[in-house]
Each structure stands twice: as C-alpha cells, then as structure tokens.
Design a protein around this ligand. Structure first.
Ligand code: HEC
Ligand code: HEC
Ligand code: HEC
Length: 452
C-alpha cells in the first residue's frame, strides 16, 4: 500500500516536472539553480555517453552500453535514482566514493572503464551538485543492464586494490597553468572531460603513460590521435577557431570530422559547453607539451591528392565508385558544404595509421550534425575483409596518406576491435604458472606443518 503511494506520488511529481527520488520524497524540492549546475556538470563529464541505455529511446543513465576493453566488455551500470536497479539508495558520501575512487558502497572496486582516475579531481561543491541532479533531476528507471563478466583473472575485482595506487593517477595542475582560464581548462579537460582516457597511450599495466600524455592511443579499434601542441604530429597548427568549431560541431572542413568515440564525446558533452568553457579547453590543449612521432613528416590533413590511380588499386576504385562516390563524390571532394566531407585534407584518410579509415568503413558514422544527423552507413556486413582492404588502400593512396598499405588480415583485426596489448593476451597464460607456484607453496607449507 505504502509502496504504491510513494510510486504514485513520484509519478505525479514526475508529471509535474519535479522528479524526486523515493528516499527524499518528503524533502523540499532542490534549488533549480543547483539542479541546472548538476545537469551541466553531468554533460561536461559525459556521464551519459557510457551510462545511456543500450537501445535507442531507452531512458538516460539506465545503463547497458558495453565498453570494449582488451580484457573484455565492461557494461556501464544503471545510475538513475532507482532503488532497485540504480543508485537510489546511495548517500552523497557513497556517490563521491564511487565517482572519485571507484569504490561501491559494499567495498567492491569498479573497473577503470569508469573514469574515476580523472574524476578524483572533481571538487566537493560539484560532487554535491551532481548528486542532487542524479537524485532529483534524473528519472528513475528499473532497467537491469546485463552484468559484466570478464574472464579470469580480470574477474577478480580485488586486483584493482593493487592497480589503483600505481595507475589511477591524475597529474597535478602544471605550473604554467596559472590563469583562471587555464585552470578552468585543466578542470574541464583533465578532470571532467577525461580526454586523456582516450588520447593518452597506456603502459604495460594499462595505466596512462604519464610521459606521453595526449600523444595518441587506440581503443576498441579506433585511434584517438595525438592532440599535443606538436605542429606535425599533433594539433599545434590548428587555429583556435578551428578547434572550437571541431569540438562544438565535429565537422571541420579542411581538417577532419568526428566519428567513433569522439562523435560520442561531442554529441553527449562538448556541444553543450558554453563558448567560455570551450575556449578554456582550447587554451589548455595549447599548452600540452608537444610529442612528435619522428616517423611523421606531414600533417595528417595536408597530403596532396593523387590524380593517378595505381594499377593495384583498380579493384578498390571500382568499390569506391559503387559504395562511396554517391556521397563523397568521384574525386573525393565531398558535397553539400561538407555535410558529406571531403576525403582529401582529412586527418582520417591522411593519418599515419589506417585504423579510423577501416573503422569508419566498417561501422559508419551516426551522430547529430549541426542541422541534421550526420549519417554514413557501415559496410561491416556488406563487404568482406579483402574488399575493405582494397577500399582502404585506394582511398588512402588517392586522397590521404600514400604510405598506407593494409591487408585483409589487418581488416580482420580491426573488425574484432583492434589489437590486444601483449601483456593482456599473456596474462591468462601467466596465471597458469602462477597458480602452479601457489599450489607448490601451499603443499610445502602443509608438509612443513606435518613435519615431513
Ligand atoms: C567512459 C565511460 C564512463 C563514463 C564517462 C562514466 N562512467 Fe560511471 N561507470 C562506467 C562503468 C563501465 C561502470 C561500471 C564499472 C564496473 O562494473 O566495475 C560505471 C559505474 C558507475 C557507478 C557505480 C554504480 C554501481 O554499479 O554501483 C557510478 C555511481 C557511476 N558510474 C557514476 C558516474 C557518473 C556520475 C559519471 C559522470 C560524472 C560517470 N559515471 C561517467 C563507465 C563510465
Ligand atoms: C571516448 C574516447 C574519446 C574521448 C573521451 C575524447 N576523444 Fe577526442 N578523439 C577520439 C577519437 C577516436 C578521435 C578520432 C575521430 C575521428 O577521426 O573520427 C578523436 C579526435 C579528436 C580531435 C581531432 C584530432 C585530429 O587530428 O583529427 C581532437 C582535437 C580531440 N579529439 C580532442 C578531444 C578533447 C579536447 C577531448 C576531451 C574534452 C576528447 N577529444 C575526448 C576519442 C576520444
Ligand atoms: C550516405 C552517404 C555516405 C556514404 C555512402 C559514405 N559516406 Fe563516408 N561519410 C558520410 C558522412 C555524413 C560522414 C560524417 C560527416 C560528419 O561527421 O560530419 C562521413 C565520414 C567519412 C569519413 C571521415 C570519418 C572520420 O573518422 O571522421 C571517411 C574517411 C569516409 N566517410 C569514407 C567513406 C568511404 C570510404 C565510403 C565508402 C565505403 C563512404 N564514406 C560512404 C557519408 C557517406
């Protein structure tokens, strides 16, 4: 009876726009300015990119998206204020510990697919606003996402007790970050935006490599490029207005567009930031120390187009004319004011790695454009590995980086989500000798006790 009452009350409050979580139903509704602040912070921290429902139209923050990692898929949980399926029974202290330290109220460690290493820098006032937003602004959903099931040894969450002190690190504010704008930029980029989670390479323990921050990394087959201030390998040669336009719209004629994880970051987060905040991000990016890859001598977007088709690329050209030219046009020049982007002067076709070119052919693009959705179909089902390799080689040679050469087996690797670091591949094997060692020690101990 009582349950029903609270439920009806909640439904009524929801209908009147005052979503109140069951635990706090009797408290006065929170200050609208605080709610708005929490909502903005949740966007700047991109919580919904990972915690959104797995199917289109499912409630915000209801969970179920699988985050592909070398250890397997990690499924983001329901963080709506549902007491049954979400975080409705969390106190503010519980919330703070989960978000900033990756620890559940029951002590269980969260996998670092939840970016608590970056969020450890969220200040208490902002944690409070976020908590109020999640408890009172977000509609509760009882959807139960699938459970994460990683193989041994990754299934042992307690291993993170060892991993966290070594790897869950947030670099301190650099000395030269000494103006209010740069400090805001640090907070938005390093802490809330967790840009480094995708853009920084990982060490053998899968922690972020501190000396190579922002020099580019691969996640689930996609390459997050070098965004250090280097003039060749990074984005040092982009103008401020160009960076602003890219972060706001994901479409920057003459340089690149956003697909993969960057499309999600723009769709769910960056496009909602105020111009002041975006300028602060840009200012912060400008001072990231340059990291140059000595193998790169040409900026990814500045390769000249190649008018001649190589003899070996004829099959790729035929595929291009039938699958791509309707939108990107026969000379790769694009159409409709870059709604269909040019494939020349494009950092995806000109990159020194073919990863994103292969991924976009496999999976296409699906994101909100400035006026209409930016949609490119994926060809994962329609084309085989050999055909995608031929297409990739043709597109790279004609419009982008002439040095790219991919094989069908490279495409097969990308299809499966990219290469797995060697240590991760090795660990299940390493665990066999490790288990043998433990058993041997236990047997010795038992024998010594018995005096054998
Ligand atoms: C890059 C993806 C990602 C982003 C961004 C992200 N999360 Fe998470 N979060 C996860 C994953 C994955 C889990 C589950 C981890 C696990 O199972 O160990 C999780 C777990 C949680 C939990 C623990 C819930 C439970 O299962 O008990 C809370 C609370 C949480 N996230 C809140 C947030 C908030 C608030 C934000 C934004 C400030 C946020 N998350 C942003 C991926 C993300
Ligand atoms: C979920 C992973 C992810 C996150 C988080 C992320 N990025 Fe990216 N970023 C990517 C990927 C992948 C690309 C390549 C996209 C493409 O070419 O289609 C990219 C591309 C870019 C580029 C264009 C670089 C070039 O040379 O083409 C810039 C600039 C950029 N990101 C800045 C940022 C900033 C700033 C943040 C934080 C506010 C951020 N990214 C957060 C994955 C991510
Ligand atoms: C129906 C139209 C359409 C077709 C067909 C199409 N594309 Fe696209 N393509 C797009 C749109 C739209 C975008 C994204 C533009 C944006 O993000 O603003 C895009 C983006 C791209 C990008 C940039 C991706 C990135 O990482 O930023 C590349 C490269 C590309 N397409 C190559 C191809 C190739 C190769 C084919 C053929 C296999 C193809 N496209 C077929 C419409 C199309």
């Amino acid at each position: 009876m009582k349950r029903h009452y609270t439920k009806n009350l909640r439904a009524l409050l929801l209908a009147t726009g005052l979503a109140v979580s069951p635990v706090q139903a009797s408290n006065p509704p929170p200050d609208p300015a605080l709610l708005a602040k929490g909502a903005y912070l949740a966007r700047a921290a991109d919580c919904n990119a990972c915690h959104r429902g797995a199917t289109a139209g499912s409630p915000d923050y209801s969970g179920g998206i699988a985050i592909a990692t070398p250890m397997g898929n990690i499924i983001a949980t329901n963080i709506t204020p549902s007491t049954r399926a979400g975080i409705g029974s969390y106190t503010e202290a519980d919330f703070k510990r989960a978000v900033t330290q990756g620890i559940r109220p029951n002590g269980e460690r969260l996998y670092p697919a939840m970016p608590y290493s970056a969020y450890q820098g969220i200040n208490d006032a902002d944690i409070h606003a976020l908590y109020v937003w999640f408890m009172h602004g977000v509609a509760p959903s009882d959807a139960q996402p699938e459970q994460t099931r990683l193989g041994f040894p990754w299934s042992v969450r307690a291993l993170l007790r060892l991993w966290n002190p070594l790897n869950a690190r947030l670099p301190p504010v650099p000395d030269n970050v000494n103006t209010p704008q740069l400090q805001r930029g640090y907070y938005l980029t390093e802490v809330l935006g967790h840009c480094s989670a995708c853009h920084s390479p990982r060490n053998a323990m899968m922690g972020e490599s501190m000396s190579q921050r922002y020099s580019g990394a691969t996640l689930g087959g996609w390459r997050a490029p070098n965004i250090t201030s280097d003039l060749v390998s990074g984005i040092g040669a982009w103008k401020d207005v160009e960076l602003m336009q890219y972060l706001k719209t994901g479409n920057l004629p003459g340089k690149t567009t956003a697909a993969g994880g960057m499309a999600e970051a723009i769709d769910n987060s960056l496009r909602y930031l105020t111009d002041d905040d975006l300028s602060a991000v840009v200012a912060y990016l400008r001072q990231i120390p340059a990291v140059r890859d000595s193998a790169e001598t040409t900026q990814a977007w500045s390769h000249p187009p190649e008018p001649q088709v190589r003899a070996a690329d004829k099959a790729g050209e035929a595929l291009y004319q039938s699958a791509c030219a309707a939108c990107h046009r026969s000379q790769g020049e694009g159409a409709y004011h870059a709604v269909f982007p040019s494939l020349t002067a494009n950092s995806t076709t000109g990159s020194h790695t073919p990863d994103n070119l292969i991924m976009v052919i496999l999976d296409g693009v699906e994101r909100d454009g400035k006026f209409a959705p930016a949609t490119m179909p994926g060809f994962r089902a329609a084309l085989n590995d050999e055909q995608i390799a031929q297409l990739t080689n043709y597109v790279a040679h004609r419009f982008g980086n002439p040095a790219i050469q991919v094989s069908a087996s490279d495409v097969a690797t990308q299809r499966d989500g990219g290469t797995t670091p060697w240590l991760i591949r090795l660990v299940p094997w390493l665990s066999v000798p490790a288990a043998a060692l433990v058993i041997w020690l236990l047997v010795r101990l038992a024998r010594r006790r018995k005096g054998v």
